[in-house]
Design a protein around this ligand. Structure first.
Ligand SMILES: NC(=O)c1ccc[n+]([C@@H]2O[C@H](COP(=O)([O-])OP(=O)(O)OC[C@H]3O[C@@H](n4cnc5c(N)ncnc54)[C@H](OP(=O)(O)O)[C@@H]3O)[C@@H](O)[C@H]2O)c1
Length: 266
């Protein structure tokens, strides 16, 4: 029951109908016995600064999530952001502090890493191939380097984006070998599809599946469909398969803790 005491949270996107965050976060609120609700808010890019300004004046708002296409612009609209968010160049979670200050952080990559660790695949010391160099790949690549992978190879259709991302991550984590490469999965412990290839039935595969070897981990971040073609082929070839929903469920706890001002870990 929503009452006058209920604390308000939101998810801002455009469009917003497809997001799953309300279901996931409202379930966490309920499990924790919190009098809180998260609602979808469809906001055009041009209106984003006005929305941020309005939220500064919402005294019963705890925070909000931002997703496509707002993550990069939102970074510049916050009063303060974490070092990780600054380095990645995007935020996806914003806490509204009591004085109305909006403080942002980025949990996409950390959620992914926590999901891997929960399944017994902590990335520390591993050789990882990250396919894709878009927004999700940047957050995941940064978090993998932060988690201490042995090496990180980034492969992308637009090679220059892979080179640029590898150079940026390598600068922040000089102890990790970060390079741009091709999509050949041979020799890697983990291969991660962070492209949007696999969302549509006719999509080509993100990397050559016939080169996969039994024992490798193939991780997906696409949530719809729940099983992409590359996951089916990887499983047939004896690979471990990691589903896309882990990334959302594991970052959801981090997002809630962060918006409530609680210790949130990495
Ligand atoms: N599970 C989760 O919690 C979660 C969170 C965030 C995102 N996601 C999913 O992650 C995926 C990527 O999101 P994003 O925000 O990173 O998107 P993005 O910034 O638009 O990046 C898209 C990436 O896919 C590549 N790509 C797209 N079409 C391709 C094609 N035909 N052939 C080869 N590469 C292609 C792009 O390569 P180019 O650079 O060459 O264009 C780029 O690397 C989406 O499916 C999204 O739903 C999941």
């Amino acid at each position: 029951m929503i009452t006058g005491h209920t604390q308000l949270f939101g998810i801002i996107a455009n469009p917003v109908a497809q997001v799953r965050t309300p279901q996931v976060l409202n379930t966490i609120f309920e499990q924790r016995g919190l009098d809180a609700i998260l609602v979808p808010m469809q906001v055009d890019t041009e209106a984003l600064p006005k929305a941020f300004e309005a939220f500064r004046g919402f005294n019963n708002m705890g925070g909000f999530i931002v997703t496509v296409p707002h993550k990069t612009i939102a970074l510049h609209l916050c009063d303060e952001v974490s070092v990780a968010a600054q380095n990645i160049g995007a935020v996806n979670t914003i806490r509204r502090e009591e004085n109305g200050r909006l403080v942002g952080d980025m949990f996409d990559g950390r959620g992914f890493v926590r999901g891997l660790a929960a399944e017994g695949w902590g990335p520390g010391g591993r050789h990882v191939l990250l396919v894709g160099a878009g927004g999700a790949a940047a957050a995941i690549g940064y978090a993998l380097a932060e988690a201490g992978v042995r090496s990180l190879t980034i492969a992308n259709r637009t090679r220059a984006k892979a080179e640029n991302l590898a150079a940026r991550i390598g600068e922040f984590f000089p102890a990790v070998r970060v390079v741009a490469g091709d999509t050949n999965p041979q020799g890697f412990d983990m291969i991660i599809n962070s492209t949007s290839l696999g969302m549509r039935a006719g999509d080509e595969l993100p990397f050559p599946a016939d080169l996969l070897k039994s024992g490798q981990l193939v991780a997906e971040i696409i949530m719809k469909p729940e099983r992409t073609k590359i996951m089916d082929i990887a499983a047939e070839r004896g690979c471990h398969v990691h589903e896309g929903f882990h990334m959302l469920t594991h970052q959801a706890e981090l997002m809630v803790n962060y918006m409530l001002g609680q210790e949130y870990g990495v």
